[in-house]
Unconditional design. Structure first.
Length: 479
């Protein structure tokens, strides 16, 4: 039996297993919108850890980062430090804070504690959704690439096949479905990921020095050196990764789902620490693949490695690892995007919706958004290009508002409490700052430091415009 046939069998078996879990927990998810979106805010540490770890280790962290390591060498580790290290920053700075509350989304939290403005809330939800949609589509794109290289299949139907699988089980079970599947999937990632790294580093006799020697012999010593890195690009990659994660709903959502703030912090800290090691190793594996075959393009390195460098049983294990990682990331991001849309766009204009109506809406949106994400991924040049653009746009608009809003308090001596706004940021300050930051982050003519410019200008505008509109905001609040 060839590798392609085995991959199809594995896809069918795992897909059926995922659907079974979705059916098993569907009754819990239907109890209330809070149960559907954050599992009632009651999850223990082991489920928070595994759902975070499984979410982090998506297809992009295997297929995408291997390809970037293959093309860029060690300098790509700066982006990984930002993207993955930001989970640790998030855990230390924000997770414990978020774990005190049971909001369905972090946009709802910002609205309740900082702004209390419908327009700001809707704009924020739209920006936050961009990351979730990009991640959802990126997972399907990765599967399409793998099947195209290994089986010769057209990637477009593969993208829609995997999209259909995670649409169905996410629709059925909501967050309950995700966390129990992620528990199983996270275990798979650890076991099969260990197998993958063992086989890859065996090629270079488990020696980092040999990787450098091989690259030097091939005339590419710069790939194993940070001395020739463009530090402006490195800084931009680092910041882009950081702000993208801070604006990602799924990490906030798991904190709200945790039973307490300590559980939220420890779960994310542990998962982020392990993930940063895994992802850096994946990029280095890309460099190892380059030393064997320097003629690959795009996101071919990982599928080529599976086909040509390891025994079939190991290749199947690697595929199961990637499939587990991709499915867990896709379902969480799809759920996060649709919860954002339902909770922070639709419910804002229809506040009298019942829990039953909101659950129906979020399930319908899961189908629609899943299809949109699949279409977007097909036309994106690469998985990580898709992520990076969404990271910068959402992060450039939302992170300054989050940071300024929480630090610039109206009553510095008072802690933040649900239902009580305690920030000097005004609605107009938030609106202008968010939109400006998001737009500037996409203007390439601003050069290498466009994300830094976007963040700085957005923060300044939030403060300045808030100071200018303070009286009108107070008057409208009093009215």
């Amino acid at each position: 039996m060839n590798l392609g046939t085995i991959l199809w069998i594995a896809t069918v078996v795992l897909g059926a297993f995922f659907l079974w879990i979705g059916f098993k927990v569907s009754h819990k998810a239907s109890a209330s919108f809070a149960d559907y979106s954050i599992a009632g805010g009651s999850l223990p540490l082991f489920l928070i850890f595994f759902t975070e770890f499984a979410n982090i280790m998506g297809v992009g962290n295997f297929v995408g980062h291997a390809a970037k390591g293959y093309a860029n060498g060690l300098p790509w580790l700066f982006f990984i430090l930002g993207e993955q290290g930001s989970k640790i920053i998030f855990a230390l700075v924000f997770a414990g804070f978020a774990g005190r509350y049971t909001y369905s989304t972090f946009i709802e939290m910002i609205d309740d504690l900082v702004v209390k403005d419908k327009v700001t809330r809707v704009i924020g939800a739209i920006l936050a959704c961009s990351i979730m949609i990009a991640w959802t589509g990126g997972q399907a794109k990765g599967f399409g690439t793998i099947f195209q290289v290994i089986t010769g299949a057209n990637p477009v139907p593969i993208v829609f096949l995997f999209t259909a699988i995670y649409i169905v089980y996410t629709t059925l079970g909501g967050y309950y479905s995700l966390v129990w599947m992620d528990f199983v999937l996270g275990l798979m990632v650890i076991v099969f990921g260990g197998m993958f790294y063992f086989e890859a580093f065996k090629i270079v006799n488990f020696s980092f020095a040999e990787i450098g020697a091989r690259l030097t012999a091939m005339g590419r010593p710069e790939m194993w050196s940070l001395s020739g890195a463009n530090y402006g690009v490195a800084l931009t990659n680092f910041v882009t990764g950081c702000v993208g994660i801070l604006a990602a709903q799924m990490y906030w959502q798991s904190c709200f789902a945790a039973k307490d703030s300590k559980t939220a912090r420890n779960g994310l800290l542990a998962s982020g620490t392990i993930a940063i090691i895994f992802v850096m190793l994946t990029a280095i594996v890309g460099m190892i693949i380059y030393t064997v075959n320097p003629n690959l393009t795009g996101e071919q390195p990982m599928p080529w490695f599976m086909m040509n460098m390891v025994p079939t049983i190991v290749a199947v294990g690697i595929f199961l690892c990637i499939m587990a990682a991709g499915m867990s990331s896709a379902d969480s991001n799809l759920n996060s995007a649709t919860v954002l849309m339902t909770n922070d766009i639709i419910a804002v204009f229809k506040p009298d919706l019942t829990d039953k109506e909101m659950i129906f809406i979020v399930r319908v949106l899961t189908v629609i958004v899943g299809i949109i994400a699949a279409v977007v991924s097909i036309y994106s040049p690469s998985i990580l290009d898709l992520f990076s653009r969404a990271y910068s746009m959402a992060g450039g608009g939302l992170v300054p508002l989050l940071v300024v809003g929480l630090l610039w308090k109206e009553r510095p001596e008072d802690p933040f409490q649900p239902g009580k706004r305690n920030s000097k940021v005004t609605p107009w300050g938030a609106r202008v700052g968010m939109i400006t930051g998001a737009v500037l982050s996409q203007i390439n003519s601003l050069g290498t430091y466009k994300i830094l410019i976007a963040l700085a200008v957005s923060a300044i505008l939030i403060i300045v415009v808030s100071m200018m509109t303070r009286n009108s905001d107070s008057a409208s609040t009093a009215a």
